[in-house]
Write a protein that binds this ligand. Structure first.
Ligand SMILES: Nc1ncnc2c1ncn2[C@@H]1O[C@H](COP(=O)(O)OP(=O)(O)OP(=O)(O)O)[C@@H](O)[C@H]1O
Ligand SMILES: [Mg+2]
Length: 380
């Protein structure tokens, strides 16, 4: 995998006499990987992002984008930022215009895109974050979480190839937090490299391929999440907590109830690994691959899938759903909720963006591949 962004031995302080916020920071972010950046309050996550995006310049050391050191020339910075977009921690730091639709259109307008394209991007981005009805609303009248959604729409409308999300779920209601994770997965499925800082260890553990942990101005850990969480002293030192699923899995292994590996990343995986339901047929997971114009209602009728617990996952599936009068039980966290139903022996239906299929069946595949039970996956 190619290195996309790199911090090479960076030092940085906000004022000359102040403490070093970055003190020999080195890390690489790989293209196409989902990378979680963790560390306690004040560890320097937001500062690192502003350095990676050339909003600030290191006192010493280098930032490299696609193996080339940043030049900090205006032209180069504009070009780099058209590819690398940051969703700031505080939405009030990135609202540029008085009305929602103007704010979302701001980035694409700066890119000098044709009017129709801007309109299409604004509509689609507001739909993705569930804020279509607020198009004409003044930003001043939005709640904190709503503002956060609008700023996310603004970033999506830029269609970047790298997205850096600084605490994207903080301050959002729990369902919206899952929707933001779904958006992050959607972007990843379409080839975007996603980097996310978050204190929510449960959400990032179920999501990340790679972990970077900041401490004392340095990157104290770079690698897959499991080795880091296995080293409890380092977790404590970094001011973090263990993800619930990781902790339960380890506790059960310590009690002699099963092995540490394979590591479950989701509650459904944990539940079936523990239950040791060897070779039991569980419910069927019917996955309807839905493009934007798929007639979902017709498929549900034709295949007699009505009346089962139903979830939705991914952009095209949500768009197809909007055009029908189909009721959905799980508007958020669809794959996990549907898989949980299968564990109870119930058949379930997941209306899914074809791009997101592999992610949608991750838990079911984990259960099947390790012989913890058998969820038949029926692709419609
Ligand atoms: N604009 C600023 N001016 C001066 N000092 C700052 C500024 N922003 C951050 N700092 C300091 O830099 C250090 C790192 O802050 P930063 O915001 O990068 O941490 P963080 O890891 O993002 O924390 P959090 O989890 O709270 O978001 C802190 O000690 C903070 O006080
Ligand atoms: Mg921060």
């Amino acid at each position: 995998m190619a290195t996309l962004l790199e911090a090479d031995n960076i030092t940085f302080s906000y004022d000359k006499k102040g403490p070093k916020v970055m003190d020999g920071m080195s890390m690489k972010i790989e293209e196409g990987k989902k990378t979680a950046i963790m560390g306690c309050n004040g560890a320097g996550k937001s500062t690192l992002f502003s350095l990676l995006n050339a909003l600030r310049k290191p006192d010493s050391g280098k930032v490299l984008f696609r193996d080339k050191p940043l030049t900090y020339r205006h032209k180069d910075i504009i070009k780099m930022r058209s590819e690398v977009s940051i969703l700031f921690q505080n939405p009030n730091d990135m609202m540029f215009k008085p009305y929602v639709e103007q704010d979302v259109a701001f980035g694409p307008e700066n890119m000098k895109l044709p009017k129709e394209e801007i309109e299409e991007r604004v509509q689609e981005s507001l739909f993705a974050v569930g804020m279509e009805e607020y198009r004409k609303t003044p930003i001043m009248k939005l709640s904190y979480g709503q503002r956060k959604r609008v700023t996310l729409a603004g970033v999506l409308a830029m269609r970047p190839s790298v997205i850096i999300m600084d605490e994207p779920t903080a301050g959002l209601d729990p369902q919206m937090a899952y929707e933001v994770m779904e958006i992050a997965e959607q972007m990843h499925s379409s080839g975007v490299t996603v980097i996310m800082a978050s204190h929510d260890t449960d959400l990032t553990y179920s999501w990340a391929d790679e972990l970077r942990v900041l401490y004392g101005g340095k990157c104290m850990y770079a690698g897959e999440p499991e080795p880091f969480y296995s080293d409890f002293e380092s977790v404590q030192k970094a001011g973090l907590l263990l993800p619930t699923v990781f902790m339960m899995n380890r506790t059960l292994a310590d009690l002699g109830k099963g092995s540490l590996e394979p590591y479950p990343r989701a509650q459904s995986q944990m539940a079936l690994k523990t239950a040791q339901h060897k070779d039991v047929d569980l419910g069927v997971l019917h996955v309807i691959k839905a493009e934007r114009d798929t007639d979902i209602k017709a498929i549900i009728d034709d295949y007699q899938l009505g009346g089962m617990p139903t979830g939705v996952y991914g952009m095209s599936a949500r768009m197809a759903l909007r055009a029908t009068s189909t009721d959905v039980d799980f508007l958020y966290n669809g794959p996990e909720n549907c898989t949980m139903k299968c564990l109870n022996g119930q058949d379930s239906v997941l209306i899914c963006d074809p791009l997101m299929f592999d992610k949608a069946v991750t838990s079911a595949m984990f259960i099947n591949e390790h012989g913890f039970g058998k969820i038949n996956i029926d692709v419609v």
